[in-house]
Design a protein around this ligand. Structure first.
Ligand code: 5GP
Length: 140
């Protein structure tokens, strides 16, 4: 499968980006089509198409950098008073760029951003059944 994505070019400096953070493992830059002003993307420098391919240590760093950025967004001129993290893993989840990325989305009252969904209220036995299945899949 073709590993190329625009984010690989951004990491390599072959494509432009508005960077906000960089270290040996991670790059963060402004989303070119922001959901809200200040919307950031945090990406691993070593391309991974999916969470399954991502080094868990680097995954941890994505979250750590996201935490720092969330704090910076609150005190920057973005001036948000809330932040959402979002990560789409797979087509069905809405992933469009197949280089893992954490969205860091600043929130202000009435900004119109939100997750659509249909919450349900399953019975405890149904929750327990799926919990057991997921515990089994963890393989611990
Ligand atoms: P996904 O749907 O895969 O979770 O999100 C992909 C994100 O990448 C979108 O929010 C989109 O706006 C952003 N994006 C796509 N192409 C570019 C680009 O060339 N530069 C930047 N900075 N963001 C991009």
């Amino acid at each position: 499968m073709n590993p190329y994505t625009i984010f690989a070019d951004i990491v390599a400096g072959r494509a432009p980006s508005s960077k906000v953070y960089e270290d040996d493992d991670v790059l963060a830059f402004m989303d070119i089509r922001p959901m809200t002003p200040g919307h950031l993307l945090v990406v691993p420098k070593v391309a991974a198409r999916s969470l399954a391919e991502l080094d868990p240590e680097v995954g941890g760093k994505l979250f750590q950098v996201g935490q720092r950025l969330a704090a910076a967004l609150r005190t920057s001129e973005v001036g948000c008073d809330g932040v959402n993290f979002f990560l789409a893993d797979g087509v069905t989840a809405g992933q469009e760029v197949f280089h893992v990325h954490l969205h860091v989305i600043p929130r202000t009252p009435g900004d119109g951003f939100g997750l659509r969904g249909r919450p349900t209220s399953p019975r405890r036995e149904d929750l327990d059944y799926l919990a057991a299945s997921i515990r089994g899949a963890l393989g611990d």
